[in-house]
Design a binder for this molecule. Sequence first.
Ligand code: C5P
Length: 209
Amino acid sequence: MPNLIIAIDGTLASGKGTLARFLSSEYELPHLDTGLLYRALAALALKTSVALDDEDALADKAETLNLAEFDEADLRTAEVGQAASKVAAYPKVRKALFELQREFAFQDGGAVLDGRDIGTVVCPEAHVKIWVDADIRTRAERRVAELNAKGDPITVDEMLEQLEERDKRDRTRDVAPMRPADDAHLLDTSHLSIDAAKEEARHIVDRVR
Ligand code: C5P
């Protein structure tokens, strides 16, 4: 078993990605943002003739998915995010992406993975599990600031609607629903600066390590 596997799960725009990248650099561990896998698959489907509700065809594509073939900026759009949460609800798609994530987690030395089901399904053996969340308005405001800075004119109200829809779909799906693992440390970033949240995450890891 590698010495340190860190599983970070949480809601959209909670800060989990920032914290995962920080912990990856702090402990010199490779990092996999598992949301990018679902986003890449969705982007592929949107670009080709594969329908977003064709589970078998999506699972086929997932088997040979290669993240290196995608430009991350193209995957980070709101449209691809919504489509990702649709393809992520299919059991065959999740199964096709499971081994790839396990192998990443269990490489020599360990790894940091972030997503929705890392601590519960992909890697229940992780040494440290952190569930990151924040109240929905704070998350909406953060994501809107990010998207506005990239030239997307989306408003906070529109974003609130999108977050509600996406949270609901991720929480209520039958397979691997988004939820904290029973043994996860909870980190609410609503009232924390980025630096304070990083500090808190580092404390959690150091206590368990
Ligand atoms: O985190 P991100 O917004 O990039 O994830 C996009 C979508 O991928 C999520 O809304 C969720 O439906 C799905 N996802 C998942 N399991 C993961 C990571 C992401 O179902 N481990």
